[in-house]
Ligand binder design. Sequence first.
Ligand code: MG
Length: 113
Amino acid sequence: MSDRLQAIIDRQRAFDAARGWNAYDQELSEEEFVKALHYTTVNMLGELGEFANEVKKSHREGSLRISELREELTDTFIYLLKLSLLLDMDLNAEHEKKVAKNEIRFAHHKKTK
Ligand SMILES: [Mg+2]
């Protein structure tokens, strides 16, 4: 795990633990686990919806709402992080595996120069 990603995870974990929002650090039954997965996924998609709404406003108003876009994308990222903790993932390792897989899958899309 990269130091920066680990620092982000540690910061989020401390924030959540102080509020009892750290289901990912607790022993959960399968039913509780699925419930936490459901709750976190729905919230992540809610935040992604808020991001999409900011994109819509930027388009409609013809001016970029950069600060709002960044905030909503960060909200989405926080829930994505919490999902990765629930699934006990090493995000660095999983990302590396996926990029290696995509290198093969999309090899024919590689620029020649
Ligand atoms: Mg939000």
